[in-house]
Design a protein around this ligand. Structure first.
Ligand SMILES: Cc1cc2nc3c(=O)[nH]c(=O)nc-3n(C[C@H](O)[C@H](O)[C@H](O)COP(=O)(O)OP(=O)(O)OC[C@H]3O[C@@H](n4cnc5c(N)ncnc54)[C@H](O)[C@@H]3O)c2cc1C
Length: 350
């Protein structure tokens, strides 16, 4: 599937054409991810996480880094990246700037001549098993919490890098998530993105961009569940008529459809803004993701209620939507993290 995705450009959707990519930007990326997720969210996340691994270099505007890394994703063979932020002790603390000071036991970076030495352990990293490159966030030794967070591009065949076993997730099972261990990993200084200590700002900038496309994934999950339910309610007959003629069923179908449309409009607006404003705004992508994540869970739940016992069978394919929906709610901002970002924007502006 990765090879097929690569052949139609999914490994380089957001990379500018000058570097061999499709140059579709945030709007094109989000729309593509909705389409894929309407069939399989796990497949969408493989390519979405790969884009996140490219994001710091894309956002850096640094021509040296861009010409070294971006063309590598446009060769004949598919190349995947991953985005390594989350750790065992530091989860949301790495994506809430005000809490960086409280982050505990964060992966460390120490400068030694023309290299940095990285030590630590990342968790829940999508594509870590199969990626060639990782965008890694590590804290400069001596800086409290994550206040010295710094962004690096790391080639994953560098000595000292170990890929952990694949996590047994509830949903999103097609994309492989695992740990990444770094033991005295030497990374050349020219692989640093931005300056020392810029990591939190880079992470927030890429999250603000990415939230619009994760909202695209959630919208796709909801849409897939809606489409299956429309088919089912249009063919299943009880009480002498198709299910959709029953008023309670019609009310549920209408609510599902309205929520899918509203989610799509919110993520399109957010992606459009993220594409045209630098740095990407905080408010619209957070609102889009908050609403679309909830929509995915609610629509998948309503779909399950309309499918009866068949929906409870794995072979029917609906329960997968519900399992995937709970995953989209976690990565790139939980509802609580999004609420903090939205409220901050409401009071202070973006
Ligand atoms: C399918 C999937 C794919 C993922 N892929 C990646 C990846 O590719 N790269 C990567 O780095 N990570 C990835 N993650 C990890 C994800 O980003 C983290 O799980 C997420 O940031 C939350 O961190 P945590 O699980 O440690 O939860 P915690 O930070 O322990 O939070 C637990 C709960 O407390 C709440 N909470 C935490 N802090 C606050 C606060 N200040 N105020 C209010 N509530 C708070 C949270 O909202 C949550 O409900 C993935 C996760 C999933 C499920």
């Amino acid at each position: 599937m990765v090879e097929q995705g690569h052949s139609i450009g999914l490994t380089r959707v957001a990379i500018p054409r000058d570097f061999g990519g499709l140059g579709l930007g945030m709007l094109g990326t989000a729309v593509a991810l909705e389409e894929i997720a309407s069939v399989c969210a796990g497949t969408a996340l493989i390519f979405g996480a790969a884009m996140l691994g490219q994001a710091p270099v894309l956002l850096s505007g640094d021509p040296r880094l861009q010409s070294r890394f971006l063309p590598l994703f446009s060769g004949d063979e598919p190349v995947l990246a991953c985005n390594a932020v989350t750790e065992e002790e530091a989860g949301c603390d790495l994506i809430i700037p005000d809490n960086a000071v409280h982050a505990r036991e964060v992966m460390s970076a120490r400068r030694e001549g023309d290299h940095y030495v990285l030590n630590g352990r990342k968790r829940f990293i999508t594509n870590a098993q199969v990626a060639r490159f990782a965008s890694v966030f590590a804290n400069m030794e001596g800086a409290p919490g994550a206040t010295g967070l710094t962004s690096f591009m790391v080639t994953l065949n560098t000595p000292g890098v170990t890929r952990g076993p694949v996590a047994d997730k509830m949903g999103y099972r097609l994309c492989l998530g695992s740990e990444l261990l770094f033991e005295d990993v030497r990374v050349p200084v020219e692989n640093r993105v931005g300056d020392e200590g810029d990591g939190m700002a880079i992470n927030m900038a890429q999250s603000n961009m990415a939230r619009a496309s994760v909202a695209g994934i959630s919208t796709g999950v909801a849409r897939g569940a809606l489409e299956m339910t429309l088919d089912w309610c249009g063919t299943r007959v009880q009480g002498g008529r198709h299910l959709h003629h029953h008023q309670f069923t019609a009310a549920k179908l209408a609510e599902m459809s309205a929520k899918v449309d509203a989610s799509r409009l919110l993520y399109l607006k957010a992606a459009h803004k993220a594409e045209n404003e630098l740095p990407a705004p905080q408010y619209e992508p957070a609102v889009a993701k908050l609403f679309a994540d909830r929509t995915a869970i609610e629509v998948a739940d309503l779909a399950m209620s309309l499918a009866g016992a068949r929906g409870y069978l794995r072979s029917f394919g609906l329960e997968k939507r519900l399992r995937d929906a709970y995953g989209t709610r976690i990565h790139e901002g939980t509802p609580e993290v999004l609420a903090l970002a939205i409220t901050e924007s409401l009071y202070l502006g973006d």
